[in-house]
Design a protein around this ligand. Structure first.
Ligand code: BDR
Ligand code: CA
Length: 307
């Protein structure tokens, strides 16, 4: 089993990534840490706790950064609603997060673990960057960082920047320069990880309570994308989990990725050297394609494990 820490800002697709990770026999989710992103960290923490309670997992949760390293927080209520997880009825959590900060929980998990730990990041990279700065001696104990963020080409929150990286480019810069192997599930692949209305229906048809809740998350999430003229919901964050267990359903290239932290129009861009012209060493497995129906089937298998 691969030991992982889920660092997230739930978020509809973060919630589905968490449900996928917690259902998977090949993964051992040791901790969940939260970050401000899709909503404030208070709300993303509450959402992580609500999801874990709903699926019956007592995994430790710790609160992370409430703002980026050196910028104001950007949130995304237009995509995820006022709660950050609008749609399904999810009871309030009976459990509280731990009293220690996210980076301390990360350190404790990494220190205690016999094997190296994989970090899965599906929000802005603030916590991971702070962890690397605060605990440099633990860097060698991190196997890999599998993250949703960036785009080799294009953006979503800005013409050349994806939301998670745009929110905290300074943190992303630290992470991509860390020397730790990185898997980047950026928009290149996540915009191909399409969940159509018939896929959502198929998930709901599984019939269990987790299937229904995931269906309701997707029904809310697809609405924003419908307003863009898209007939599908892109399943961003689950890609960062799915790659760990089924890399064969993805296409990828090992390339250099550098973060632009101060471009006039390109701040937050994950500058990806496809042609080897920069002379910089490849540091990232950049995901570029996916067998999308296999991801749908992974989510179907996941929801069926809970009921
Ligand atoms: C990313 O931003 C958030 O809205 C999603 O949860 C995902 O992590 C996509 O750009
Ligand atoms: Ca996210």
């Amino acid at each position: 089993k691969k030991s992982i820490i889920m660092d997230c800002d739930p978020g509809h697709d973060d919630a589905i990534a968490l449900i996928l990770a917690c259902s998977c026999d090949k993964l051992d989710v040791k901790a969940v840490t939260t970050v401000g992103g899709n909503q404030t960290v208070q709300k993303t923490t509450n959402n992580a706790l609500r999801i874990l309670q709903y699926i019956g997992k007592e995994i430790p949760v710790a609160v992370g950064a409430d703002q980026p390293m050196s910028r104001d927080l950007i949130i995304a209520p237009s995509v995820h609603g006022d709660s950050g997880l609008d749609g399904p009825e999810l009871p309030q959590p009976t459990r509280k997060p731990l009293a220690i900060p996210a980076v301390q929980l990360m350190a404790e998990v990494v220190e205690k673990s016999e094997d190296k730990v994989t970090l899965v990041a599906t929000g802005p990279l603030t916590n991971i960057a702070v962890f690397l700065l605060a605990y440099p001696r633990l860097k060698s104990r991190i196997d890999r960082i599998s993250l949703m963020g960036g785009a080799a080409i294009g953006g979503n929150w800005a013409p050349a920047a994806e939301f998670n990286i745009l929110v905290d480019p300074e943190a992303a810069d630290i992470v991509f320069k860390s020397g730790i192997p990185i898997t980047m599930a950026g928009l290149d692949v996540t915009h191909k990880a399409r969940f159509y209305p018939e896929d959502i229906q198929e998930i709901k048809n599984q019939g269990g309570k987790v299937a229904r809740m995931v269906g309701e998350l997707l029904e809310f999430f697809i609405k924003f994308h419908n307003s863009l003229g898209w007939d599908f919901a892109p399943m961003h964050d689950p890609c960062a989990v799915a790659w760990l267990v089924a890399p064969e359903i993805f296409e990828s290239k090992h390339l250099n990725v550098t973060i632009d932290t101060c471009g006039e129009f390109t701040t937050g861009c994950t500058v990806t050297d496809f042609i080897g012209v920069s002379g910089r060493k490849p540091n990232t497995d950049v995901l570029l394609g996916i067998h999308r129906k296999k991801l749908v089937n992974m989510v179907i298998d996941a929801v069926n494990k809970y009921d």
